[in-house]
Design a protein around this ligand. Structure first.
Ligand SMILES: [Zn+2]
Length: 281
């Protein structure tokens, strides 16, 4: 007793001309605070990026947990199921597996091969598959993005594997970097190997906004698609892709141990953005 009436009295004395100022102050404290919970996304550039417009300098420990996801693994038969590939869509070939797009079929095999190769080379890697091929609720904790977001929030690196649509719908190989926790040296190394998309590609995609980097291996057509579809070349094709990804990841981690000075050499390829990606992507 005694303290509360005293405080109320003090507030009453403070009210009057000071009230408006106090309310402004309270509002200015409350309103933006809710928005800024957690890390901030980088602002969109004034002009949409047309090539690589970022530099990956964020370093990691050598035992960095790396999570690899297969793009579209939980979004079959709904919007965003991935490209069917040119062989199926134009050539009339049968899908590799009934009920899923060829892109997902290759994303799954490629992601698994990357993890097998990475582990063989001593990287702390694992593969995650939601198992369920259609999850409509994007907030479901089993989805690729929910799982990848949790992994990234805990300080890990999450990479989702994709194949791009055939021309003229797709653009080509390249890394679309995670934007949530700063640009990683691993993405810088992947950009040197595969090319780099602008960080604001299509206004910043959902996965990068959640801390997940997306790697487009290449367009699902021509020599690449033929190499995957031909059972006598398949393993060698997957192996070649996996070795390129692991080589880049290891180079990024080596660069981390040097303090992230970006010791990468050579010119980084920039996919030239055209009329836009396949609508179904
Ligand atoms: Zn895709």
């Amino acid at each position: 007793m005694g303290r509360i009436p005293l405080l109320l009295g003090a507030l009453l004395i403070l009210s009057g001309p000071a009230t408006a100022g106090l309310m402004d102050l309270l509002e200015s404290i409350e309103a933006p605070e809710i928005e800024t919970e957690g890390p901030l996304l980088p602002p969109l550039p004034a002009e949409p990026g047309r090539g690589k417009n970022w530099v990956g300098t964020q370093t990691h420990n050598s035992d960095l947990p790396i999570l690899v996801l297969a793009g579209h693994a939980d979004s079959q038969k709904i919007a965003g199921s991935g490209t069917p590939g040119k062989a199926v869509d134009v050539g009339g070939a049968a899908p590799m597996q009934k009920g899923i797009t060829d892109e997902l079929y290759w994303n799954l095999l490629t992601a698994k091969q990357i993890v097998a190769e990475g582990r063989r080379q001593g990287l702390n890697m694992r593969f995650y598959d939601p198992g369920v091929r259609t999850i409509r609720n994007v907030e479901d904790p089993r989805t690729n993005w929910s799982t990848g977001a949790r992994h990234a929030k805990e300080g890990g690196y999450a990479l989702e594997i994709h194949y791009d649509a055939y021309a003229p719908h797709g653009i080509g190989p390249g890394i679309i970097p995670s934007v949530l926790y700063g640009f990683s040296v691993l993405d810088e190394a992947l950009a040197e190997e595969f090319g780099g998309y602008p960080y604001d590609y299509r206004g910043m995609l959902g996965a990068p906004r959640k801390g997940i980097s997306m790697l487009e291996i290449g367009q699902l057509e021509g020599v690449l698609e033929a190499g995957l579809r031909d059972s006598s070349q398949r393993q060698a094709t997957l192996d070649r892709i996996a070795k390129r990804v692991v080589k880049a990841l290891r180079r990024g981690l080596a660069n981390s141990s040097m303090g992230g000075t970006v010791l990468l050499k050579g010119r980084i390829g920039e996919p030239v953005l055209g009329s836009g990606e396949e609508v179904r992507q």
